[in-house]
Design a protein around this ligand. Structure first.
Ligand SMILES: Nc1ncnc2c1ncn2[C@@H]1O[C@H](COP(=O)(O)OP(=O)(O)OP(=O)(O)O)[C@@H](O)[C@H]1O
Ligand SMILES: [Mg+2]
Length: 251
């Protein structure tokens, strides 16, 4: 399969009291197998919302999204859940580990949802890969932020998903552990049949991707192929500055 996820004209708004805030405004994006894509942009520009929509976790108000060939905008909730379980790994910005389950159970449960049998050894190996070896019996509440973040990655990749969406997956990590995470994500995309879509504020991390999308005010304002981190910084500072009334409303 070439394109794993494709979004066209995606719009999403949230109601805050009487005010409707447009969070995504006609976003187009596609990600192919073998690609790692980064999304960068200021806080509040809609990156997490876009990631949730692309992954079939949220439904946009308008536009099309095809995820693994399934129209996830029109699909029933159950069908969307099935596509996610079978094909998608998601690293949430706030990790979203199940507090009542052990670290090991958090990892194995998502694989089981996807129909994958993972042994205790598989779970231990996965935790080892993210530098969390021996922590399978710990509870999420006992973990530091960076530890929880690495468990969240192990959970996301436990089912060998076709596409991993990672929302600031290195946000709580030191450079060495951040590189471990980025190496894992990069290797998944290099496998050619899978893809990774990563949101990040770390421009060095963003530069590990094949393509980088810059978001601002709910729009993709720029796309770069294999940019250096310095080019991403320049693009973020200069591209898509908008001073329209509409833009002012959103800032
Ligand atoms: N469930 C929600 N209900 C209401 N407003 C929301 C909801 N989710 C997001 N928003 C609003 O949408 C806007 C974009 O949020 P989003 O989380 O997508 O931004 P972001 O680019 O990921 O920011 P950050 O870099 O801080 O994580 C914000 O103004 C936020 O308040
Ligand atoms: Mg976010």
């Amino acid at each position: 399969m070439g394109i794993l996820v494709e979004a066209c004209g995606v719009c999403k708004s949230y109601k805050h009291g009487n005010l409707n805030t447009d969070v995504l405004r006609h976003v187009d994006m596609s990600v192919s197998a073998g690609e790692m894509v980064s999304i960068v942009g200021p806080s509040g520009s809609g990156k997490s919302t876009l990631l949730h929509c692309l992954a079939g976790l949220e439904v946009p108000d308008a536009g099309e999204i095809h995820l693994m060939g399934v129209d996830v905008v029109r699909a029933r909730r159950g069908e969307r859940a099935k596509v996610r379980a079978r094909h998608v790994g998601f690293v949430f910005q706030r990790y979203n580990l199940m507090p009542s389950l052990s670290v090991g159970e958090n990892v194995s449960l998502s694989a089981r949802f996807a129909g994958c049998r993972v042994s205790g050894k598989d779970v231990c190996d996965l935790l080892e890969r993210v530098g969390m070896g021996g922590k399978e019996h710990a509870r999420p509440a006992e973990l530091s932020g960076g530890e929880a973040q690495r468990v969240a990655l192990a959970r996301a990749i436990a089912s060998c998903p076709d596409i991993v969406f990672a929302d600031e997956p290195t946000g709580a990590l030191d450079t060495a552990n951040g590189n471990v995470v980025l190496d894992i994500l990069r290797a998944m995309a290099d496998g050619e049949s899978r893809a990774v879509v990563m949101v990040t504020h770390d421009l060095e991390a963003a530069a590990r991707a094949d393509r980088v999308f810059v978001m601002r005010d709910g729009k993709i304002v720029h796309m770069m192929t294999r940019p250096a981190s310095r080019e991403i910084l320049t693009a973020m500072e200069t591209v898509g500055e908008r001073d329209t009334d509409e833009g002012a409303m959103l800032r």
